[in-house]
Each structure stands twice: as C-alpha cells, then as structure tokens.
Design a protein around this ligand. Structure first.
Ligand SMILES: Nc1ncnc2c1ncn2[C@@H]1O[C@H](COP(=O)(O)OP(=O)(O)OP(=O)(O)O)[C@@H](O)[C@H]1O
Ligand SMILES: [Mg+2]
Length: 288
C-alpha cells in the first residue's frame, strides 16, 4: 500500500486582498518505505504539501491519504511525525526530556513499551552523553539530531521533513545526510523530504518530484536509480552530477512552462509573500 497518496489537490488561501492558489491539482504517491524529495521554487507550495499531509491544513479540493487513512485519522494514530528546519526544543527541559515529549500524550500503560527508547534513540543519533544537557548547549546540527531522534520515538510510518538541514553548514549537512540515510535504512518508514538543495535530493532520494512555480503542481518526477548504500562521493561524481543537471534543467523548464501569467503574479505578490513559514514555534528557542 502507498504511504502517502495526494490526489488532485488544490489549496487556495483566502487573503485580505483576494484568494491565493498555492497548489493547483497536485497529484503524486509515496510508496511504502520510499524516500521521496520535493524541490521547486520558493513559494511554490512545498511546505503547504507537508502541512496538508500532516492535517495542519485542509485541502480546498482533492484527497490525501496516509496509509489509506485520512490525515486526521493518521494523526490520531500517530502514523507520521514532522521535522522542521528549526528544531522545536523547549529550552527549560533537558535534551532527554525534549526527546520524551511525544510520550506525554500517552497514558502510563501505552508509554511503557517506549520508556527506554529516548535514551536508545539519542545513542542512535550520536548524542550519548548529552541526555542531561540543555538544548541551548547543543549546536544546530546536534539539535536537529535530537529532533530526528524525537521524530522516531513512536515508530511512525511516515516522516515529513521540511528543509531539516537548510540552516546547517555544508559539512554538517553532509554528515546529517549520511546519518539520516542510516537511520531511515534501519526503519520501515517512508520519508517525504522538502529541500532547496538539488545535491541533497539526489543523494537521499528514491525519487525527486519537481514542482512548478505557484500554483504548485508536479512538473516531473525523476527516479534516482543509484544503488544503496550510497556514499558522499555521489555528491561529486559523474553519476550524481548527471542527476543534478537533469533536475536543474527540470526546474528551469518548470518555471518556463508556468508562463508569463505566473511570472507577473510572482512579481506582484513579492511584497505580500511570506515564503518561509517553516519555522513553526522555533522562536521559543531564542532569547531564553
Ligand atoms: N497559512 C497561510 N496563509 C496564507 N498564505 C499562505 C499560508 N501558507 C502559505 N501561504 C502562501 O502559499 C504559497 C506557498 O507557500 P509555501 O510555504 O508552501 O511555499 P514553499 O514552497 O514552502 O516556499 P519556500 O521554499 O520559500 O519555503 C506562498 O505564496 C505563501 O505565501
Ligand atoms: Mg517552505
């Protein structure tokens, strides 16, 4: 069964100065245990797709299924978890207590099988020894590892990741890419991953979906037919370059296919645009 089905989804936001169509007839599937990335120009609706799958937003038209269930049902069964660009960590709790957060909505009996998991997961992501540290003592990469540990806590079937490594330097991003693949290969979860980095998308994914400029729809869907396990040399070798070039070309063609109307719309809406709302409540982290 498919992990995620997105069927002809349109999303229109009602703004004070009129409707804004963020997604226009989006259609794709993520298979069982598949790693699928979404790339596309800023504002084309990538974060919106993840929010629709996560039941944070509702589609205007169309249907979304997560393991055959509605996003609301999938949410109540904790079939998925979400990792944002800025890890949401409560600064007054230790790293371990932050990773344990999802357990707190479970009753004592339901949480019993998971009681040892937070410490095990911190080991898995290389944060052993930092259990009692405060999140403020962690680097950006370490915080993101803690967020990934937390996202695995209840063994979700689907991991939704919105530019999780976008704020990291290149070397840390490379390490996190390797670690994410290692963790994913040890689980049975599918991943839907949004990124601005073409190289990252090629390195991680089974398939890369290229969206058109807003209103976002699938321009092309490229299978990355490179065997696993993959090493970082892929980001610098001929095979990797070929796929990156293909995706870069598709992004350009997708923009061209959107035509002059879209370009005008982009220009007009630049001032009112809020292109990067992916930070969530991360500001809570700052200034404490
Ligand atoms: N809650 C909202 N209310 C109104 N408009 C929204 C809302 N969320 C997103 N939008 C608009 O929908 C469009 C798509 O936004 P979205 O955040 O999904 O883009 P994106 O592809 O993730 O962009 P980026 O690459 O910059 O993160 C944008 O024009 C944005 O301003
Ligand atoms: Mg976004």
């Amino acid at each position: 069964m498919a992990s995620i089905e997105v069927r002809n989804v349109t999303k229109v936001f009602q703004l004070p100065d009129g409707p804004l169509t963020a997604l226009g007839g989006l259609d794709f599937e993520v298979g069982d245990r598949e790693f699928v990335s979404i790339i596309g120009p800023s504002g084309c609706g990538k974060s919106t797709v993840l929010r629709l799958v996560a039941d944070i937003l509702q589609p205007t038209e169309g249907e979304i299924l997560v393991h055959g269930e509605s996003p609301a049902e999938a949410r109540s069964k904790q079939l998925y978890s979400f990792v944002f660009q800025d890890p949401v960590m409560l600064p007054w709790r230790s790293v371990l207590k932050n990773v344990e957060l999802p357990l707190e909505i479970l009753g004592a009996a339901a949480r019993k099988p998971f009681n040892d998991r937070p410490a095990e997961l911190l080991d898995l992501v290389g944060l052993q020894g930092f259990e009692e540290a405060s999140p403020n003592q962690l680097s950006g990469g370490m915080k993101q590892r803690a967020a990934i540990a937390r996202s695995r806590l209840l063994n979700p079937k689907v991991l939704l990741m919105d530019e999780p490594f976008g704020a990291l330097d290149e070397i840390t991003r490379d390490r996190m890419n390797l670690e994410l693949l290692r963790i994913w290969e040890e689980t049975d979860a599918a991943v839907l991953f949004v990124t601005h980095s073409i190289d990252e998308a090629v390195f991680l994914s089974d398939r890369v979906i290229v969206l058109t400029p807003r209103p976002g729809r699938v321009f092309t869907d490229v299978e990355i037919d490179i065997p696993r396990p993959r090493g970082l040399e892929l980001k610098q070798n001929e095979v990797g370059f070929r796929y990156s070039a293909k995706l870069r070309r598709a992004l350009g063609e997708g923009a061209a296919s959107a035509g002059i109307d879209i370009m005008t719309q982009e220009t007009e809406s630049l001032g009112a645009d809020v292109p990067r709302p992916s930070g969530g409540s991360a500001t809570e982290d700052e200034g404490r």
